[in-house]
Write a protein of this length. Structure first.
Length: 142
């Protein structure tokens, strides 16, 4: 049993993350308190964590991201839906874009609305399948 340094509850060691250099081989803060702390940090630092995610995942600096965003006229590269740069930006309509990239090369292709990005992902970036889907949809128009 160990007392959490955050909530002061005495809990079984299984309620703490393992930490070899910690007392009893576990961290000082229980998993529940750690999760609450992490969640609060992410909520308070949404834009910072987003910028870090874009840099870490796609190797794209925030300056390059903004340049790409403006180069696409603040629109999805496929459906032309209006996009906005920040989740907290209430002055603009639109949604925050996803970074579209090639899964085999890792190259960034552009910024897409979440629906278009998901659609490409569901097609596994298979151009033939996407063309066949377009032909299928066009049958109904004729």
């Amino acid at each position: 049993m160990k007392k959490c340094s955050c909530c002061s509850k005495t809990l079984d060691l299984s309620y703490f993350n393992k930490k070899p250099d910690g007392k009893y081989g576990v961290s000082a803060v229980c998993k529940s308190c750690l999760w609450k702390r992490t969640k609060r940090y992410r909520e308070e630092n949404t834009e910072l964590t987003r910028k870090q995610h874009i840099q870490r995942t796609f190797g794209l600096s925030w300056e390059c991201y903004v340049e790409m965003f403006l180069g696409q006229s603040c629109q999805c590269a496929i459906c032309k839906t209006s996009l906005k740069l920040h989740k907290t930006d209430m002055t603009h309509d639109g949604i925050v874009p996803d970074v579209d990239h090639c899964h085999s090369t890792g190259n960034v292709r552009g910024l897409l609305c979440p629906k278009c990005n998901r659609a490409l992902g569901l097609f596994n970036d298979n151009i033939t399948a996407i063309r066949l889907a377009a032909e299928y949809l066009e049958k109904d128009i004729k």
